[in-house]
Design a protein around this ligand. Structure first.
Ligand code: NIG
Ligand code: FE
Length: 424
């Protein structure tokens, strides 16, 4: 006797499972394999996939009088997107800066004048947890409506003990109250705050002292190692201290300049190196040997009006595991739409739609150490999936800037139906 399912989703035109028996991130030709089952069905119980196959086969096994059925009517199903790099908790926005940039000022010029990240820090420091949570919830809801079911969120707009803790506590509150899975990263090393402008190394000391206090709230520690932010030496000190306190490491690097962040990521065995828009062939080869996930964020050069996109094709040809994320933040990518990121990855970085789908699901799950639980549609994994109103997965990036997600299922529960959030 088969277990009675909680939910049976049938008549899926293309069930894109992304499944992969190997426990490792996908590389090389495996980036092009997305495990399509035609006329597929999935069976969900207690929040997990308990069976996957064709509708014909599974119908016989599981249909009972009272089975709850969703008919996908020939549409496409994907695993929920995993947005493995965001800065979702912030106050205010930067529309003024948007206009300045259109008129010719650069992102780094604005930052050097005390704007950019620092203006968001000012706006974030003013807010209470409850206000920050309200603002962030709205952003998370928008992401969920666009198919993201798991999100990584970094702190980094507080830059002092009290404000960084406030941001991490906001994340903790959202972890308890929002349907999405949220993983937290401490990014005290985002930029040097104004009060330490003349003594940046004292701020590095302060971050090292913050680490034990923020540990209960964050899994990862990240550093912005780039021009205008932290040097390789400062980043090394922070990341080494974090490693000693059992944080897993991430690094923002080579977004603007190559100042040695890739070497640091390799030396300290970071779980991911993110951005990499300005990376040399030599470092691509070194990254391959290290198996570090390269998290590429094409929304950033797009929004900053630059032509330097990370060389994704070259990375894939060299066997580097590539993931994609939005980098959702008020300065360099105020969009949390992973479908748009897939389109940009295809058009601006030469990734195929299949590669981009692997990069936004299973490889992105690896980039936050969660691939054993999420990122693909496989028996035993958490039932996170989206139904898109398209007939073939290639239509996702092709009909661009359209939200194709009709239904989102998170841990086996319908959280978006007919493009609307369901109140739980
Ligand atoms: O990932 N690079 C550093 N941090 C963000 C930008 C944050 C901001 O401009 O507010 C990024 O691009
Ligand atoms: Fe970022």
């Amino acid at each position: 006797m088969n277990m009675l399912p909680d939910l049976f989703v049938q008549n899926i035109g293309q069930l894109v499972t992304v499944a992969d028996a190997s426990q490792k991130p996908k590389t090389f030709h495996r980036m092009d394999e997305i495990g399509i089952i035609k006329d597929g069905a999935v069976v969900i119980r207690d929040g997990y996939f308990i069976d996957i196959g064709t509708t014909r086969k599974l119908k016989k096994k599981y249909h009972r009088k009272d089975t709850k059925i969703i008919d996908a009517a020939g549409k496409v199903v994907l695993p929920g997107f995993v947005d493995c790099h965001t800065h979702t908790i912030f106050g205010g926005d930067r529309t003024g800066e948007f206009i300045q940039r259109i008129q010719g000022e650069t992102y780094l010029e604005i930052l050097k004048k005390g704007g950019g990240i620092l203006s968001t820090v000012e706006n974030t420091r003013k807010l209470k947890i409850q206000n920050l949570a309200e603002l962030s919830r709205k952003h998370l809801d928008t992401m969920l409506l666009h198919g993201t079911t798991t999100v990584e969120i970094k702190s980094g707009y507080g830059l002092d003990m009290k404000s960084e803790l406030k941001i991490l506590k906001t994340i903790q509150y959202l972890q308890k109250t929002h349907p999405m899975d949220i993983v937290a990263t401490f990014l005290g090393a985002h930029v040097i705050p104004p009060e330490y402008k003349h003594s940046p190394n004292s701020y590095v000391n302060l971050i090292c002292n913050m680490l034990p206090k923020v540990k209960p709230y964050a899994t990862f520690c990240d550093v912005f190692c780039d021009e205008g932010a932290f040097s390789a030496e400062q980043s090394e000190r922070i990341l080494k201290t974090a490693k000693a306190s059992s944080f897993r490491l991430k690094i923002h690097t080579n977004e603007f300049k190559d100042i040695g962040g890739v070497s640091l990521a390799i030396q300290l065995n970071a779980i991911s190196a993110d951005h990499l828009d300005n990376i040399k062939q030599r470092d691509i080869v070194r990254l391959k040997k290290s198996n570090i996930l390269c998290v590429l964020l094409p929304g950033v050069p797009f929004f900053l009006m630059k032509d330097t996109y990370a060389p994704a094709r070259k990375m894939i040809e060299n066997g580097v595991p590539v993931a994609l994320a939005t980098d959702f933040n008020p300065g360099t990518c105020p969009s949390g739409n992973m479908q748009m990121i897939i389109t940009l990855a295809c058009l601006k970085m030469g990734m195929t739609p299949a590669q981009a789908i692997n990069a936004t699901t299973i490889n992105a799950a690896h980039a936050i150490g969660a691939a054993h639980r999420i990122g693909s549609i496989e028996v035993g994994k958490q039932a996170d999936m989206i139904i898109l109103d398209i007939q073939e997965y290639t239509q996702l990036p092709y009909y661009f800037s359209i939200n194709h997600v009709k239904t989102t299922i998170k841990k086996g529960k319908i959280v978006v139906e007919n493009m609307q959030l369901i109140d739980s």
